[in-house]
Design a protein around this ligand. Sequence first.
Ligand code: AHR
Length: 521
Amino acid sequence: MDPSVTALFRAILLSGVLLATRTFAADAAANRLVIHTDQGRDKISRNIYGQFSEHLGHCIYGGVWVGEDSPIPNTRGIRNDVVAALRKIKVPVLRWPGGCFADEYHWRDGIGPRAQRPAMINTHWGGVVEDNHFGTHEFLDFCQQIGAAPYITGNLGSGTVQEMMEWVEYMTSDASSPMANLRRKNGQDQPWKVPFFGVGNESWGCGGSMTPEFYADNYRRYDTFIKNYPGNRIYRVACGANAADYRWTEVLMKNVGRRMNGLSLHYYTNPSGDWGRKGSATDFDEAQWFATLRGALRMEELVEKHAAIMDQYDRQKRIGLVVDEWGAWYDVEPGTNPGFLYQQNTLRDALVAGLTLNIFNRHCDRVKMANIAQLVNVLQSMILTDKEKMTVTPTYHVFEMYTVHQDATLLPSQLECADYEFDGKKIPGISASASQDAAGRIHVTLCNLNPNNPAELSCELQGAKASRLSGRVLAAATMQAHNTFDDPTAVKPEAFDAFKVTDNGFNASLPSKSVVVITVE
Ligand code: AHR
């Protein structure tokens, strides 16, 4: 169909969705949000909005790096279109080079003249040749181009203590030392700032199949040699648990304690719970919609239970929970390399992102960083590319809409809402979080998980009066709506005005299957 006809058709459908919301509103009393605007205390770290980029499929090669001689417009080999898109979502921090890849990565292979860099086989991801053309200098250049802080994961699984120690020296020392001089020889005079460093990845699995006790001992050893050179203080992240492995957290807190600044957590959701047959990213029914959102909501329980263990050893919450891999994981797109983890991204993924970020916001006293997997072309990505083509995903739009929460003060809130029921199972119909920014504006992000019915919400602002409201909504006519290279704006935010100021706050009509941000001034 002609894209302009498609766009018109879509606009009619979406306005129908919004109109239906206002005309056939359900009982507002069932959904009540109370926001304590006078009780803000904890800051929502902007790093909760972090990203993850691995040498996997076309995330780095093709998605970020095209090389200086590419016809695709680039700056020092890095795609200009991808950089421009990422700047808009204010990526605060970017994790690299893995993932499982990190524990096979030897950083010295990725420095110096590119033509002389040795190739390796990426054994985890498709068995393809990794030519090491994207290495330390290219990654740190990319971070500077998008304005993100680098978060580098060191190789504890198959690398030596000396290798990790020298990588940190290479990047961050300004002395006349062997590694700093090697960096200078390779064209970078000044040291970089590397504020975040991970000591291994998934050391319970692809990073070395270790027990928590063995990893804790190894962490202590490797960490000892990670130096804070003048002008660079490293926030050290220890490898944390796989989903509900609470024993891992217990042992790490007990045996490592304050030697780490952050402890990671990895959790992915998939519609079937079966990692062999996860389900399609685009071809799914309501049962899979429901199961995916239910799986994503499990993040709250995981965060709370890991945080409760951390509280026993660290009452002052000095150690951050760093959810440095999360997101939805489906079967790869038909016809693509199964090792490349390339999946489309629909409105369902926007809901996964919206409700998960609301969970992180509400637990920002302990969750200090999170990194969705992954940045481009892999798993629940922000961006999809195909050679010179690029489109942003519904998940990207959620990250853009939620930028208002970055470094804002969390406003405690209570939500009572009707359940969304499917096939005898129930989940809460709405997800919410609220914050106040430095200018005093209140931002409320809301997700209506129900794909069939709008939700009427009454919001009480305790300690503030709403005078002016504005809003944006991400919604579509179908659960499976997604952006393609031919139709890159099928799902995009629209202005939202289905709200009314009340004596003590506001009422809003949330369209079915939508993510909404409302700003109160
Ligand atoms: O994000 C894809 C992979 O998932 C990562 O490499 C690994 O850490 C995790 O198992």
